[in-house]
Design a protein around this ligand. Sequence first.
Ligand code: ATP
Ligand code: MG
Length: 571
Amino acid sequence: MPNPDTQKTPETADTRPSNFIRDIIAGHMDAQRFGGKVHTRFPPEPNGYLHIGHAKSIAVNFETAADYGGKCNLRFDDTNPIKEEQEYIDAIIQDIRWLGYDWEDRLFYASDYFDQLYEWAVQLVKQGKAYVDHLSPEEIREYRGTLTEPGKDSPYRNRSVEENLDLLERMRKGEFKEGECVLRAKIDMESPNINLRDPVMYRILHAAHHRTGDKWCIYPTYDWAHGQSDSIEGITHSICTLEFEDHRPLYDWYLNQLGVHHPQQIEFARLNLSYTVLSKRKLIRLVQEGRVAGWDDPRMPTISGMRRRGYPPAAIRTFANHVGVTKTNTVIELQLLEYFIRQHLNLHALRKMAVLKPLRVVIENYPEDQVEEMDAINNPEDEAAGTRKVPFSRVLYIEQDDFMEDPPKKFYRLAPGREVRLRNAYFVTCTDVIKDEDGNVVELRCTYDPATRGGDSPDGRKVKATLHWVSAAHALEAEVRLYDTLFTKENPNETGEGEDFTDFINPESLVVLEKCYIEPSLAGAEPGSRFQFERQGYFCVDPDSRDEKLVFNRTVPLKDTWAKLKKKQNK
Ligand code: ATP
Ligand code: MG
């Protein structure tokens, strides 16, 4: 796998690797189509929070435009008042900003164009290209036919222009009930493309819209609004996902009938991630059924979840650009995303010592009242990050997993009679093991070698392990939340008879460690700040964090070689 941090970041149309979208645009630039301009848009429906798939689409739209000196709009395709909420709009705006993209003053809403869309609908009626249909929704479905059978004309299909104009006007005025009638385009009920079988343009919804209030009781369908909205904004390249390929002939038809600016639609494959669901319908269920704590639960593949988890926006962008655009649907491994997260954090996160599952250690030959300030390097990848002092004293905590009373071969950490290094401090040897009445190890007794201060032995003596630790008297208590994949199944979207994707939710996707000990330099760490806990992984301060008790989310583990080894042995 290429290392994104040692590779030069390609930044312009000339240096970035080519892909099929760029090839198409380059062709248009050469031919001076659209006057040598590139103008894209990201068009979310405000009916949910953005997820990592959207991040890819955002990156494609904003970065493709930027590479050609063009612009990218943010437009909410807010045509369905029933499912849309201001909360979603606010969250989407916050998330795109956080990802690092800027639409300047070009924030638009499809609802801004409701008047224009209505005028255009009237125009199509006048051209004999649209009609009011009084079939019920069920009948419309029945008449539409199937993939193998052609549809049938509605008995209302040949109403006169005058009658249609009158009925459309009355629809708009609210004279009909929901479902009583719709406006349909008059295209071809026998078309092999079902999208062209007289698609619905307007339906009646007696519902207030979050932006237009009660002005309308008829709302354009997504298909009627989307292409025209792009046209109004002068979009040159309407980049979208593959499922819209079959809608392109319809969008083309509308634009051609109206004789207005005609963007070029280009489709690419959706991003899918292993162990993840990305359909908004499914994500909404996870939230509404309380299977996660909310849209920003760190286990969610949403941008807000990833932010809370500690994913740096730059790493998400690098990932999105790395996976690139293709024409075939594939599932990208979650590990690849995590790889980019680790790469970024390795370069930027300050190192700290934190003991997640504490085991008390008493250094018997260390003076009772003595405290030494040991020097620790903040980030070996970044000299400018400097060093800090970490207090060392007679009573410490180490990780329970770093000790075994009866160690198997290849377990090199602490064991009775064995010497190891305490990072940045001393060599210590375990001399005694103290247990409770159930036989659990509750404390270790050790001795230290004063000649090994800083972690080096003057006589060249070697130890096989270096452990992290904190001083019991100085450590802060913290809660640490460990996350695993939300699903146990590699592709939770694949469900058999009688199965639901929620059947595969991982019961161990969240493990809370309530009493961890962290080094005192973490006092006052701000929510959102990210650290490497040495030998453990990368962690981010949660918004739930309080001065009295910090709360950390594990962003990603470091690669745990011991766990891997154990797995291999168990096979
Ligand atoms: P749904 O999941 O209900 O189909 P959606 O994900 O299409 O909704 P939109 O708000 O319409 O939600 O998406 C905005 C844009 O993001 C669209 O252009 C869509 O094609 C794109 N997009 C959505 N999901 C992905 C994905 N997984 N990968 C890449 N692009 C995506
Ligand atoms: Mg959509």
